[in-house]
Design a protein around this ligand. Structure first.
Ligand SMILES: NC(=O)c1ccc[n+]([C@@H]2O[C@H](COP(=O)([O-])OP(=O)(O)OC[C@H]3O[C@@H](n4cnc5c(N)ncnc54)[C@H](OP(=O)(O)O)[C@@H]3O)[C@@H](O)[C@H]2O)c1
Length: 252
């Protein structure tokens, strides 16, 4: 159920969404548009962002402004977001971008660590500073079971997601404001370019149970209805909750 007082509170500032042109990001942006948020949409393709912004205004967004940015480079990122937000505080950050190039050479590793860890950590710090001034807000960081399972070669995806979960954990334990929430979402499997590329590169995955069960739209709806106003870890696929639980008790 939508928590109306909470939504009203979150609408005091802007909602920044990374990966807004992606599968889950787009659906989450649409949910927030229907709740009449002011949106800052991030992705890499200015044309796709422009079209998305127009569609989201039709869906009900109060405003929808786009910022084309490659998260592999964080230089100037905070200033660009600040400028796009137009001095309004960030009241909601949803980090939905993700990159998994799957190679472990130094360049790939650094690029994926930037996209999956350094850039979102910088944005989360920035959002938290705004939220501490207004004493309310919601940070949503998309993670993955790869944060837990890792890979022998140690990709920037699994390491980045693992790091991001620790960043969130620290934010949660340091936070003293009851109306600031930091949520890590492990979304389960959804059919998307990122999912398909990961599957193609890892033949072993194809033999297991790795079939998307939910649509991105259903997951986005669930994040808005059950995730807003919450801090901690939200593991959306019950099978993955078992994996998380087992990883906590099994020696490595
Ligand atoms: N799909 C799954 O089964 C699954 C499972 C676990 C976790 N997740 C997580 O869920 C989130 C959403 O993933 P998805 O399935 O919706 O994937 P997706 O449709 O492939 O979207 C990925 C998004 O990341 C953005 N992105 C990639 N590299 C970027 C870069 N260098 N700079 C800026 N943006 C970049 C893409 O931007 P462009 O639109 O510009 O390409 C795109 O919007 C990700 O954080 C992912 O790790 C997904």
């Amino acid at each position: 159920m939508i928590d109306e007082p909470l939504i009203q509170d979150l609408r005091q500032g802007v909602a920044v969404i990374t990966g807004a042109t992606g599968t889950l990001g787009r659906e989450l942006a649409a949910e927030l548009a229907r709740l009449h948020f002011d949106l800052v949409l991030m992705g890499r393709d200015p044309h796709a962002l422009g079209q998305l912004a127009e569609w989201l205004r039709d869906q009900g967004a109060r405003t929808a402004t786009s910022l084309a940015w490659n998260l592999a480079d964080s230089t100037g990122l905070a200033d660009a977001v600040r400028q796009t937000a137009g001095e309004r505080p960030i009241s909601l950050l949803a980090h939905c971008a993700g990159a998994d190039h799957g190679s472990s050479d130094a360049t790939s590793l650094q690029r994926d660590l930037s996209i999956n860890l350094h850039a979102p950590a910088l944005l989360a710090d920035m959002a938290l500073q705004d939220m501490q001034k207004t004493r309310s807000g919601q940070i949503i960081l998309l993670s993955s079971n790869m944060a837990l399972l890792g890979e022998a070669r140690g990709s920037g995806y699994s390491r980045g997601k693992a790091g991001l979960e620790r960043v969130a954990r620290t934010m949660i334990s340091d936070n003293r404001e009851p109306d600031i929430h930091v949520l890590v979402v492990v979304p389960g499997l959804i059919d998307s370019p990122l999912f398909r590329a990961g599957l193609a590169r890892r033949p072993a995955w194809q033999r297991h149970f790795l079939k998307p069960r939910q649509t991105a739209a259903a997951l986005a709806r669930c994040i808005v209805e059950e995730g807003l106003g919450r801090s901690g870890l939200m593991v959306m696929d019950p099978r993955h909750r078992v994996v998380r639980w087992m990883a906590g008790i099994l020696p490595r």
